[in-house]
Design a protein around this ligand. Structure first.
Ligand code: GLC
Length: 834
């Protein structure tokens, strides 16, 4: 059962030894199963160590829901228009949510989901899948099935409840649907909520036959849009309540609400106080029959600015949603969205966990990070806005699936760049808050890769000429306007103007590593990672500049690459591996002689990605780094972790050893190690690094309780081996790991990679793979790519054919657009070998 494949598996063994026997048993009976054909994860146990969430969205209205039924709903933006509450950092954990209560004739109350009313059901199951979550429970012959998903044609969360009666008798059930409403502006609610809660209004509207709710405060920064929330159903409403505290009862909570105990709700409206929307219907289910009831929790704009119109819009939305078959057709549309999105890249490979990641869960997570950056999850409270570098990287996973979305983000990010070429670090596009401008050395460089990725996917570089304004120096407005190409060049200029005394880019406030800053606080520290990033970006820019016939630029970029390469070759090699940088006193960061933080992953991986040093030296560095960094549960970002210093000169800003940038297993940095191994042609090692960090694989080794987070979504970090909770997953869902794993697995491991010349087939796989296949929709053509590996190679293609016609390999295994133009589908056969 335990599979070690790491150099230092001893440590993992240590952890396993400390797991109490009961938990070890549980590890053999995981609380979940993957049903891959349905793209579902099915839960059998619900009291997990953290909420395992699924996001539901139509791009404008969003929600997340956990395996236990906890979750929240927001319109456009979780900071500004938070519609329902979710209590962060609180007990009972994972509450509240979109809840159904079923009251039986004998008075017992239960729910289709584990929360809120967990009263002795006979069977329970839940599942998450792209676009929906479903909760099933059975009690005394009644089976309840609740499916939650987002309507696609209007902004409403659809609750599709079915009740099946197999108890042999006609049964009358009291059904209650409940959600707690919120004051929209989350941060203000936490600071001024005691005043502002008197600006809430909810009632049952007889015309709509639905509860309507609005937060009436005009001090909302986008008050004119401020929505009217409605909660309606397609069945007759017997009673209702809009006052949370009355519904639950004093000092009680959602687990046993007082009003449900009393059966009929109090029909109380709310004018100030803590709002909720609770609807009660009596549903008679005949023996052997099934009844359906749908609920619609939606929002329309303009509750304050044009209330009449908002009511009309709500009425229109409810009319549409109540139509016969509407729920089914909205579900179908949601399903189609995902089907289309996922069909761009599907694979069949001899590694079940990896296949599941590549085909379903990783692209699913990449859509969420694309939408929410690092802002909202069950642990991220939704106030972080859009991280510039974060979103630029997130979009790399959309550039090959939804290039128009990536382009839209590219335009937006360019508009966050100041005329001197550096962009702000965090922006709040919806929140009416000024962006944060703390100058980092890397932000602008991520734009180069995004622009290249879009161009390589589409073959169209005309978007580079689109004009986008700069952000004005006071961060309040716009200043001038330049082509996207010019924006990219300004970024490069900025780096060129901020080089240190060794000719390498200055760290400035920090580079990708938020915690590198203290090494360069005096303004003299230099970052080798930024230098490597620059080289990699310039290589891509040269390809674009050539297509634009800008020969002067090509020469300038080549000269800049030479200058950076010389500096890196001169200063980076430390005898065993490459340095991460030089501090303010020109002392090396990440040197073999240091007590702590001796070796840094990014310094090795990015040297390979930039392709600066000789293959032998880069392999030597990667191998030596592996010995220090690989834990069997992923590679640490750097090691050993530095103890906290009480001298006030800590370089790690208070991070405990083993956590995050201080010796943590930083999952995003693992992606670059995987990419580097793939680029070195070492498929075995690349796959070892890739497989070992797949959450489900970690859980198989250490158990659900130890890892804690979702088995199907990446975490930002795992605690490293200097922490006694080694292997614990931290900050799940909202992480740059998703996009990079997505890109690395599809484009570098399986190696189907868009480039400016064409679609390159460049796999790096374990030698024992006989064959694998990828279906890829590229430039409107569906390619069925089969890769065979008769000589058991880890890398290299010796023959390529399209529809049986051999392709010349002098430029690599490239599928050029003209080779497939005009076709709908083609068969591609690639044979690995020398
Ligand atoms: C976090 C930040 C990201 C940063 C990384 C490394 O993931 O969101 O911007 O690059 O940490 O410090």
């Amino acid at each position: 059962m335990l599979r070690w494949d790491s150099g230092i598996s001893g440590e993992i063994y240590e952890i396993i030894q400390h797991i109490p026997d009961k938990e070890k048993d549980d590890m053999n009976q995981l609380p979940y199963e993957f049903h891959d054909r349905d793209r579902e994860i099915v839960f059998k146990r619900f009291d997990l160590p953290s909420p395992w969430i699924n996001y539901l969205s139509n791009g404008n209205m969003h929600a997340f829901v956990s395996q236990a039924g906890g979750g929240m709903l927001w319109w456009k933006n979780p900071m500004v228009f938070r519609l329902t509450r979710y209590r962060f950092y609180n007990l009972p954990m994972d509450t509240p949510g979109c809840y159904i209560y079923i009251k039986m004739p004998d008075g017992s109350v239960w729910s289709p989901s584990f929360g809120p009313a967990e009263s002795g059901v006979d069977f329970r199951e839940a599942a998450h899948a792209p676009g929906y979550s479903v909760f099933t429970a059975k009690k005394d012959g009644i089976t309840a099935n609740l499916t939650l998903f987002m309507a696609q044609d209007t902004d409403a969360l659809l609750w599709d409840l079915s009740l099946k009666n197999e108890n042999g008798e006609d049964t009358e059930l009291n059904i209650y649907a409940y959600t707690e409403l919120s004051q929209y502006l989350f941060q203000q609610e936490t600071t001024l909520g005691y005043y502002l809660k008197w600006n809430t209004m909810a009632e049952f509207d007889q015309d709509l036959q639905a509860i309507t709710y609005m937060y009436t405060a005009w001090m909302h920064p986008r008050a004119a849009e401020s929505p009217l929330v409605y909660f309606g159903s397609d069945r007759e409403i017997s009673s209702w309540c809009c006052n949370r505290d009355l519904f639950c009862g004093n000092y009680r909570d959602e687990r046993n609400p007082l009003e449900i105990e009393q059966e009929t709700l109090s029909n109380t409206k709310l004018q100030g106080g803590e709002p909720c929307a609770a609807l009660h219907s009596k549903i008679r289910v005949e023996a052997g029959k099934e009844e359906k009831i749908h609920y619609f929790l939606g929002a329309v704009k303009g509750a304050l600015s044009d209330h009449k119109k908002a009511l009309q819009d709500a009425s229109e939305a409810l009319r549409m949603l109540r139509e016969e078959g509407a729920a089914e057709s909205q579900f179908e549309k949601c399903h189609e969205w995902w089907k289309k999105h996922l069909s761009v890249y599907q694979c069949e490979i001899p590694n079940e966990s990896a296949m599941r990641e590549i085909n379903t869960w990783n692209p699913l997570q990449s859509v969420q990070t694309g939408r929410y950056s690092r802002s909202i999850s069950s642990s991220a409270s939704g106030v972080r806005g859009i991280g510039f570098r974060d979103s630029a990287q997130d979009m790399l996973a959309q550039a090959y699936r939804k290039p128009d979305w990536a382009k839209e983000m590219l335009r937006y990010l360019c508009s966050l760049q100041l005329p001197d070429g550096h962009p702000v670090h965090i922006a709040f596009p919806e929140e009416c808050k000024p962006p944060q401008d703390i100058t980092r050395s890397d932000n602008h460089l991520w734009l180069l890769y995004l622009a290249y990725a879009i161009a390589a996917e589409t073959g169209d570089i005309s978007f580079l000429d689109e004009k986008v304004p700069f952000l004005s120096a006071d961060l309040r407005g716009q200043e001038g306007s330049a082509s996207i190409w010019e924006h990219l060049l300004r970024g490069i200029d900025f780096t060129e103007k901020h080089l240190g005394s060794h000719g390498l880019p200055l760290i400035l406030f920090s580079d990708w590593n938020d915690h590198l800053g203290p090494f360069g606080r005096q303004g003299r520290g230099e970052s080798m990672m930024v230098s490597e990033q620059l080289v990699y970006g310039l290589r891509q820019m040269i390809e674009l500049a050539e297509l634009r016939s800008e020969t002067d630029l090509v020469r300038r970029f080549e000269a800049r690459i030479r200058q950076q390469e010389e500096a890196l070759r001169k200063y980076a090699w430390d005898g065993k591996w490459f340095l991460r940088g030089l501090d303010d006193d020109a002392k090396p960061i990440g040197t073999k002689d240091a007590d702590y933080m001796r070796v840094w992953a990014n310094a090795q991986s990015w040297m390979v990605i930039a392709g600066v040093e000789s293959q032998e030296r880069m392999k030597e560095a990667m191998d030596n780094a592996e010995k220090e960094l690989d834990t069997g549960l992923g590679l640490m970002l750097n090691a050993p972790g530095m103890p906290l210093s009480n001298e006030g000169d800590s370089k790690v800003n208070g991070l405990l050893p083993g956590y995050s940038e201080n010796g943590g297993i930083f999952c995003q940095a693992n992606c670059w190690m995987i990419m580097a191994e793939a680029l070195l042609g070492r498929g075995e090692k690349a796959w070892k690094y890739y497989t070992q960090i797949i959450p489900h694989e970690i859980i198989l080794k250490t158990g659900v309780e130890n890892y804690g987070a979702e088995a199907y979504a990446y975490c930002s970090t795992l605690l490293g081996k200097d922490n006694e909770k080694f292997g614990k997953g931290c900050v799940s869902q909202v992480t740059g790991t998703s996009a990079w794993m997505d890109v690395v697995s599809t484009q570098y491991l399986l190696g189907v990679r868009p480039t400016m010349k064409g679609l390159l087939i460049d796999p790096a796989v374990p030698a024992d793979w006989e064959h694998f296949s990828v279906t890829r929709i590229w430039r409107g053509v569906k390619l069925h790519i089969r890769v065979e590996n008769p000589d058991h190679r880890e890398h290299g293609i010796k023959a390529l054919s399209i529809d049986g016609k051999a392709v010349d390999l002098s430029d690599g295994a490239l599928i050029r657009e003209e080779m497939i133009a005009g076709k709908k589908e083609v068969q591609v056969l690639a044979i690995m070998g020398d």
